[in-house]
Design a protein around this ligand. Structure first.
Ligand code: PLP
Length: 345
């Protein structure tokens, strides 16, 4: 297979139209068989449910080439399961887990020429999405849905290595208790766009959201979970009903415990503990960057610095990053079922 003529090492994180996408329609109470198609455009009614009442959910995962030349993806079963949970909360018909995995495999295989070669740092970003497509005028769920998977090659998140970032404690809230913070719905992002642009204008990479009820507990940022390393070098992971269950974060939990022998605690973490300097290192985790090291959290002008500062990555975060990316790339043996082979590269 001939790879596309792309300068893989200089790709950014952007959208590019690739050859094929997978589409399945839900009509008359059932999903159709689904198929790979070429048309990247969608034609729909001006009254489509998604355009009015935002019935829209998505997933994000990566396909990439391992050191020994296989095209694989990472734990797609967890994306499948999470998308089912998102659908149920949005009163949308869940797309079956085994069909989700099959649709990801089919789409990546059909676009194998777009999967970046090993060693370039680039990956193929896979975006499954689902939305209400039939006309809806009174407030109610749509009757018809489109499920779709497309892929786009993206560059290494950190060109020339990770450097710590600074984030700010936000005055906005991300997700209400008993709301939709725990599902991957577009609506959670829509309302975060103003806060994140404000944060960028003030020179911060992201917002750190607190729990809306008491504004004392750490939730997460707009698009990544937060992890902390305590004074003993152990991992502390904030919990809350409204945190999105990041697959990267859950994988880091396992890697910390089983590969690095760290103690891992999942518990409520207060902003006060962070301000009192109880944590030595911190990071943001998500599929795109794996782990972004935190240098500083700014709480209304008060700077909480982590021991690595703004220049270096702390040793525990570095080790977690190296181990997880080593497992993903096939340099370190993966736990059973984490790496799903799609085809030869
Ligand atoms: C997608 C997402 C994450 C990261 O999840 P991964 O499965 O690790 O990619 C974290 N927080 C939010 C709000 C998200 O939407």
């Amino acid at each position: 297979m001939e790879k596309k003529n792309i300068d893989w090492s200089n790709l950014g994180f952007g959208y590019m139209v690739t050859d094929k996408r997978y589409v399945s329609m839900y009509k008359d109470g059932a999903w159709d068989d689904g198929a790979l198609i070429e048309d990247d455009k969608i034609v729909m009614s001006e009254d489509a449910g998604v355009l009015h009442y935002s019935q829209s959910i998505f997933e994000g995962l990566k396909a990439y080439t391992t050191e020994d030349g296989r095209i694989v993806c990472f734990r797609p079963d967890l994306n499948a399961e999470r998308m089912i949970n998102s659908a149920l909360r949005m009163e949308m018909p869940p797309f079956p887990a085994e069909r989700f995995i099959d649709s990801v495999v089919q789409t990546v295989r059909a676009n194998a020429a777009w999967v970046p070669p090993y060693g370039t740092g680039a990956t193929l970003y896979v975006r499954p999405l689902m939305f209400g497509i039939s006309p809806v005028i009174g407030v109610k769920p749509a009757e018809e849905y489109m499920y779709r998977v497309f892929v786009t090659p993206v560059g290494p998140y950190f060109k020339g290595g990770a450097t710590p970032i600074a984030i700010k404690v936000s005055d906005y809230d991300r997700a209400a208790p008993r709301g939709t913070g725990h599902i991957k719905a577009g609506l959670n992002y829509a309302m975060s766009l103003l806060p994140v642009m404000e944060a960028h204008r003030e020179g911060f990479a992201e917002n750190l959201y607190l729990d809306p009820a008491t504004r004392t507990k750490i939730e997460e940022t707009g698009g990544a979970n937060v992890i902390f390393v305590d004074e003993d070098g152990n991992l502390v992971i904030p919990t809350s009903e409204s945190i999105l269950p990041s697959i990267t974060r859950r994988s880091i939990h396992y890697v910390a415990e089983h590969y690095l022998g760290l103690k891992v605690t999942e518990r409520v973490v207060t902003l006060k503990e962070v301000e009192d300097g109880h944590f030595r290192e911190a990071g943001l985790c998500g599929t795109a960057a794996v782990i972004s090291p935190l240098g500083c959290i700014n709480d209304h002008g008060k700077e909480i610095m982590f021991s690595n500062g703004m220049e270096k990555v702390g040793p525990v975060i570095q080790k977690l990053y190296d181990t997880l990316t080593g497992i993903q790339a096939g340099r370190i043996e993966a736990p059973e079922g984490w790496i799903v082979e799609i085809c030869k590269g």
